[in-house]
Design a protein around this ligand. Sequence first.
Ligand code: 3HC
Length: 329
Amino acid sequence: MYAQLVETGVTQVKSAEQLSGADQAFQRRIDDGIKIEPKDWMPEAYRKTLVRQISQHAHSEIVGMLPEGNWVTRAPSLKRKAILLAKIQDEGGHGLYLYSAAETLGVSRDDLVDDLLAGKAKYSSIFNYPTLNWADIGMIGWLVDGSAIINQIPLCRCSYGPYARAMVRVCKEESFHQRQGYDLLLAMCKDGTPEQKEMCQDAINRWWWPALMMFGPSDAESVNSAQSMAWKIKLFSNDDLRQKMVDQTVPQAEYLGLTLPDPDLKWNPQRGHYDFGKIDWSEFQEVLKGNGPCNRDRLKARRDAHAKGAWVRDALSAYAAKKEARAAA
Ligand code: 3HC
């Protein structure tokens, strides 16, 4: 795949001859599967790509708490409320893990968060869609966390040590998230009323395509993939992981008795995969530009939370400074 990506010329990856001595030695370590650790020498471009991806990943986890947070007080039972609270709490922890992994690359968490609040940093497009009813909470667990698992399992084997290790714990918890989402939908589709089944069909109609967009632009349009694959940050291409998601999800949707909103979806025995319809990349680009259904709400919610939490940060900093002064006295 990587060779094909290089051919598309979307991202020029230097050949071994074009690399400097240090870069060549670095690439050999990557090719030999040696993990890169914070104290190791690394090309500045490698460090920058990791800061870019890990910070966006961390922002995604934190912003991803918002659509679900809306439904904690509206959960239909104490059990569902407890499950949803546990999931949201996990996502906050994933964000902290990932900000810590980013800090090992010499960036400050405060600066990363400031970029997010200023609207300068990306987070996953999927979290700019609204959660209109309880079925959406099931869709997020099943489809969004399901997509996240497919994208994150390979990251457990990526070349940067702290990122790979953070992903091991994250992926274990994502599996619980995906299963609880599917369990919620099973309850509504199999044991629910016809209206509840209809809510699930309406939800999958709205979430299916944005979930496929989560994997990023097509390989032909992905500006970062070729280099990220050369550096084994990305082990599979966007399209390969997207295809894996489709192949895995279609039978699950059939078991729920839901129809996926894609008339072109069809098993292709020659390929051994499902063929599926065209993704509306103009919608994806609009969401990335900030024009999705909830971009403004999400940023406002994060800015308000950050402002309301200032007193906690100030108190912690004052306590830390006092403790430091006492230790130094
Ligand atoms: N949302 C927002 N921006 C996206 C995107 C998406 N779904 N997919 C791609 N982009 C952006 C990229 O960041 C890049 O922009 P940049 O150069 O300004 O950073 C541009 O579109 C081109 O995309 P590329 O494919 O060239 O970029 P990458 O090589 O970085 O691939 C990615 C994109 C596959 C998302 C990769 O960054 C990745 O694997 N990230 C780690 C996983 C992650 O962040 N997942 C997000 C969801 S987290 C989550 O779901 C939480 C769970 O608990 C629910």
